[in-house]
Ligand binder design. Structure first.
Ligand code: HEM
Length: 399
């Protein structure tokens, strides 16, 4: 590409991997967006895009901004990664296309319809347990409990040892950040967790009728190897538990802070789906991830050299006033079309329909029973390199 006139790069001392940023990223988002369409982050030597327009453009251009060098801060082609690369998240076409086709078919609308009745039944059981039960931890007792049951059952992983799923998600998503204290803490028990996950993805350890087993039908058809199938099953376990848990936690917090909007949902359960999209926009559980420039390129006139890492702040894009009216207002009545909470482009979340189904049935069951969600203690913010939610969320569900 020939670049005639290049802008002087805008640089910033903002550290998107600092505790202050994790506790309250929103003032930093404003600074990053206002600094320019693309900003050089001095501390880490990476570029960042935080405006909706550039986030969407980068996500839409996999040829220039690839995933195969890792979607974290490290260029895995040069430095290697801490695990075998994902067969979806960290692949480019044509490999990605073939793998994605397999997984998309397994997570088809028909497959999800078959799961709905079970999810609804489990949602009733959980809601029965928590409503009127006094002070609870909204994370462990509710937000985590649901995907850990219904999603893990749906994939068909062994019941014993499921407690490794959360530490695994922690490794995957904290592992996308720099080698900081959060990274080290997430990796503290890596050998044991990895061993369980690796075993759980094997054909013989999966239930015969789950989503995981369906991946192996492609082995029987001679399309992929058993090792490859295990890697695809692993992508369910990597991306499907923490993300949904944290989205549910964020939903509880949003509705506790905005009881008038919870009333709207209670009176019109049909609005739950739309409400979830607003939660994804307003408090995006997945905040940031990276791409790597495959060639010398430019963003809005700023030169981006080949191999540069580009941080994509989907959370900042979801509150960009250039795109959204009153972006800092939580409003379940607004149009959220185009939010990038599930990413966009060829890597846009392949599990988004199952995530939506889980949250929809759970919030619908809760809306039938809980008049109010009260925060009954000091929430403990999750400090995390990639995701945003709570470590602990003291709540009371009032009948
Ligand atoms: C609310 C919950 C969820 C959120 C916020 C979320 C968010 C995302 C985002 C932002 C991406 C794009 C990453 C990138 O472009 O580099 C993604 C990809 C992905 N997600 Fe989700 N996700 C959620 C739930 C799930 C679930 C339940 C599954 C289980 C099947 C899943 C599986 C995946 C996979 C396999 C990818 C990689 C897709 C690809 O590279 O083609 N996600 N997700």
């Amino acid at each position: 590409m020939i670049i005639d006139t290049l802008e002087k790069p805008t640089s910033s001392a903002i550290d998107p991997f600092s505790p202050d940023y994790f506790r309250d990223p929103y003032p930093f988002h404003v600074q990053l967006r206002d600094a320019g369409p693309v900003v050089w982050l001095e501390k880490w030597g990476v570029w960042a895009v935080a405006r909706f327009e550039q986030v969407q453009a980068v996500l839409g251009d996999w040829r220039t901004y690839c995933s195969s060098a890792g979607v974290g801060i490290v260029n895995e082609k040069k430095m290697g990664g801490w695990r075998k690369p994902s067969a979806l998240l960290e692949k480019d076409p044509p490999e990605h296309t073939a793998n994605r086709a397999i997984v998309s078919r397994i997570l088809s609308p028909a497959a999800l319809r078959a799961l709905r009745a079970t999810f609804e039944r489990e949602a009733e059981v959980l809601v029965d347990r928590v409503v009127g039960a006094g002070d609870l931890d909204g994370m462990a007792d509710f937000s985590e409990a649901f995907p850990m049951k219904v999603f893990a059952d749906a994939v068909g992983v062994p019941v014993e040892g499921r407690h490794h799923l959360v530490p695994w998600g922690n490794m995957v998503f904290n592992g996308m950040g720099p080698r900081n204290a959060l990274f080290d803490r997430a990796m503290a028990n890596a050998d044991e967790v990895t061993a369980w996950i690796t075993a759980a993805c094997k054909r013989e350890n999966l239930t015969p009728d789950g989503l995981g087993a369906q991946v192996y039908t492609h082995v029987e058809a001679g399309e992929i190897s058993a090792d490859h199938a295990a890697l695809l099953v692993r992508s369910f376990l990597s991306a499907g538990v923490d993300t949904t848990t944290f989205a549910i936690g964020n939903a509880l917090f949003c509705f506790a802070m905005h009881p008038e909007q919870w009333d709207v949902v209670r009176e019109n359960p049909g609005k739950v789906k739309q409400a979830f999209e607003e939660i994804m926009r307003f408090e995006s559980p997945f905040q940031t991830f990276f791409r790597t420039a495959t060639c010398d390129t430019e963003i809005a006139g700023t030169a981006i050299p080949q191999d540069s890492k580009v941080l994509i702040s989907v959370a900042a894009a979801n509150r960009d006033p250039r795109k959204w009216c009153n972006p800092d207002t939580f409003d379940i009545g607004r149009s959220t079309v185009g939010h990038v909470g599930f990413g966009a482009g060829i890597h846009g979340c392949v599990g988004q329909m199952i995530a939506r189904l889980e949250v929809e049935v759970l919030l619908t069951a809760l809306a039938k029973r809980a008049k109010r969600i009260e925060i009954c203690g000091e929430p403990e913010r999750l400090l995390h390199n990639t995701l945003r939610s709570f470590e602990k969320l003291p709540v009371r569900f009032h009948a």
